[in-house]
Structures are given as C-alpha cells and as structure tokens.
Ligand binder design. Structure first.
Ligand SMILES: C[S@@+](CC[C@H](N)C(=O)[O-])C[C@H]1O[C@@H](n2cnc3c(N)ncnc32)[C@H](O)[C@@H]1O
Length: 386
C-alpha cells in the first residue's frame, strides 16, 4: 500500500479543520488505511521517548471506517515500533474514530483530548509476573508506555532549543544560539498550514545522514510540509511531511524551477553553503517570486561576510557583495518611498516587498509584505529646522 504524497497530506491537514462531512469525504477519497498509516507514523514521530523496563504493547483501534488496528511496541530503549494488527499482550486498547484522530493530530481546534477517545485497560490479562516487577510498579510502567504513545497525539512540541538538541541540528547549544530568535519570530505561526524551504540539510555526502533541522521543523510545526534542499542527494531522509530536493542553491534556473513546482513558501531558511554569492543568488531568486506575502526569509551564518574564503571581506565593514551587505541594502530598500531620488515613487522590485528586518548576530529575519504606503507626504518639509 503506497504512502500519502505531500499534496495528499496537505489536503488531509486542511480537512482536519473542516466540517465532519468534508473530513470524512477526504478520508474516504484518500483511503482510510493510508490515512491511518500516516496517523500512526506521525504519532510515533512526535511521541516522547518512553522510560519503561520491558516492552509493552499498546493497541490503537480506529472506528468510523472499516476496522483498522495497530500495535505500538514501546521498548526499554525508548523507541516505539509500530505494525498493523492487534496484540494479546496489549496493556491498553485506545479506540478512536478516525476523523477525530485526524482532528487531534492535524487540526487546530483544541478540545480536551480525552473527550474523543476510549481507553480500555488490559493490564491484568497482559501482566507478565516473571518479567514484571511488583504488580503496582508494573501498572505504573505500563501507564508510561501508554502515555508515551498518547504524547504523540497530545503533547505540544518542546521548545526549539530542546528539539535542536534532540535531532542534532546545530541551531542551539555550542556552535549557535539561534533558537530563541526563531521562537520569537515563528511561535505565533506554529499551527498554520505552512510550506517551509530549508536550504542545507546537513550530514555531508550521506544519503540518509543529517536532516536535524528538517526534523526539528516537522516536530515544531505540526501542520507544515518541509522541503530540504542540498547539493548532495538526501533522499534517504524523505518521510511524511518532508521532501528533499537535490541541487545547487547558486543555480538560478534550477532554483526557480523547483520553487515554481513546490512553492510558494511561507518560510525560507538559508543554512546552506554560506558562500556570500550563493546567499545573494538564492535570495534574489526566492524572496520576491517564491515567498508568500506574510512570509519570512531567514539567513544564517552571516559571519562569512567577514571571511574571504567564502567571498567575504577581511574588514570590519562588510562590502556590498556579502550577506551583511545584502541586509544593509535591504535597510535602504525598506525605505524606498522615502528616497529623495524616488520622490515618493515606489522603486518596485524587492524593495516594495520588504516590510521588516530583524538582525541578530549571524542571523537575519527578513519579513515579506507589501511595502507601499506612499511614504512621508510631500507637504512635510524636507529639511529640518536650523
Ligand atoms: C550547515 S549544514 C545544514 C545544517 C542543517 N540546516 C541543520 O540545522 O541541521 C549545510 C548544508 O548545506 C549544503 N550545501 C553546501 N553547498 C550547497 C549548495 N551550493 N547548495 C545547496 N546546499 C549546499 C551542505 O551539503 C550541507 O549539508
């Protein structure tokens, strides 16, 4: 049975907030079993690591469609395996209407979760006197197993610093301390349906190494799809809500083509080569044409502006060809209607789309919106009082 594609996942996420008929119609169109598999995978992806002394089985039964049943095996190494079927040894059986589970995993309406599901304890049947500790302690461990599974439905994402460490991104703790800035700018958008372009997957040449930031964004934005772009083939990291794209961020034609196919994006993060020319090329291709109004473009590692090995300048003031130079030009662009040369006429182009800049050390957030409001009226004198 094939997996849901990105477009289908986006459709399901959209339907999660729709009325019951539309949601059930979407589940039926996509195939209940394919939807269920996505839900189970998403729950396991999001779940907190469990702390149990032996493997416990937890069963999920879905109703509202043909009967579907899945087993979560919660293991002492903290991992959760999943498979179709049922288990005689389940400590708990969770029953959910499939539409309600879609709402709880991908929707934005925050009803108290226990309202929508039934949980039956089967602890006594599954109690393993030989493997278990005392009866009461084992009951408590089995609860941990079920809590770990349900955390994949209920638990809000930990903060980005925690996620950066969990998934081995370098955005917090040692090399960089970026995540509080990301939280400041992005937390309000966590439950939106987003398309994120993450330039730079990490992990060097390996097909399935790196990807820390893509995983971090997948966990942080529960309704987003993430495109990870890299010069190396990273297709081993493709998974639900994550698609990798192989190419050079300095290749204008390729960049424009893939952005036309997969955009427009709501958030673009340039954590790629950090070569100044590349940073400027990607911004030039993506910001005006492929970032949605209301979107944010992020540039990391601007220290390379001061590093000749990356095309930067060996000076205290970064020149116009650098990424810091780009930011300085954008400060002027932001004020394009105030330039005395333009006399209140919009320059058009990038300038009319830059609505804000937030610059931190090695990190810049460029907000996109409509930057045309006429500027300071002409009747206001253009010289100050002597
Ligand atoms: C710093 S790592 C990305 C780390 C990742 N974003 C994270 O936070 O976990 C930079 C990545 O950019 C990729 N890269 C280097 N040059 C590139 C280019 N010209 N175009 C696209 N990606 C490039 C590298 O292969 C590397 O995987």
């Amino acid at each position: 049975m094939d997996q849901l594609g990105l477009d289908e996942i986006e459709r399901l996420i959209g339907a999660a907030d729709a009325g019951d008929d539309e949601l059930r119609g979407t589940i039926s169109d996509l195939g209940a079993a394919r939807v269920a598999r996505l839900l189970v995978e998403e729950i396991v992806f999001r779940a907190d690591p469990a702390n149990v002394h032996r493997t416990f089985d937890v069963v999920l039964e879905l109703t509202g469609t043909q009967p579907l049943s899945y087993v979560f095996q919660v293991r002492p190494d903290g991992r959760i395996e999943h498979s179709e079927g049922t288990s005689e040894n389940a400590v708990h059986v969770i029953t959910y209407d499939i539409a309600d589970l879609v709402r709880d995993v991908f929707g934005t309406v925050r009803t108290p979760r226990p309202v929508r599901r039934a949980i039956r304890s089967r602890f006594e049947e599954s109690h393993d006197a030989a493997a278990d500790r005392g009866l009461l302690e084992s009951v408590l461990y089995s609860q941990r197993a079920t809590a770990a599974v349900l955390s994949g439905v209920d638990a809000p994402a930990p903060d980005l610093g925690h996620l950066s460490a969990r998934y081995l991104s370098d955005k917090w703790g040692g090399l960089h301390w970026f995540t509080p800035h990301y939280e400041w700018h992005l937390a309000g958008r966590r439950h939106e349906r987003l398309r994120i372009l993450d330039i730079g997957v990490g992990g060097f040449e390996g097909r399935d190494t790196g990807g820390g930031s893509m995983l971090m964004w997948r966990r942080y934005f529960p309704r987003a799809v993430i495109f990870g772009m890299d010069i190396f083939d990273k297709s081993g990291l493709d998974q639900p809500r994550i698609k990798t794209l192989r190419g050079d961020q300095n290749d204008e034609e390729w960049l424009d083509r893939v952005a036309t196919e997969h955009g427009p994006f709501d958030i673009v993060i340039d954590d790629g080569s950090h070569v100044n020319e590349h940073v400027r090329t990607s911004f030039g291709v993506l910001f005006e044409k492929h970032l949605r109004p209301g979107g944010i473009y992020v540039i990391e590692d601007m220290w390379t502006s001061y590093c000749p090995g990356y095309g930067g300048d060996d000076a205290a003031e970064a020149g116009p060809a650098t990424s810091v130079g780009l930011i300085k030009q954008l400060v002027d662009a932001l004020h394009h209607e105030e330039h005395h040369v333009a006399a209140g006429v919009a320059d058009g182009g990038v300038a009319s789309w830059v609505t804000g800049l937030s610059v931190y050390r090695n990190l810049a957030f460029i907000s996109k919106g409509v930057n045309i409001d006429g500027g300071i009226p002409r009747f206001i004198p253009r010289r100050g009082l002597a």
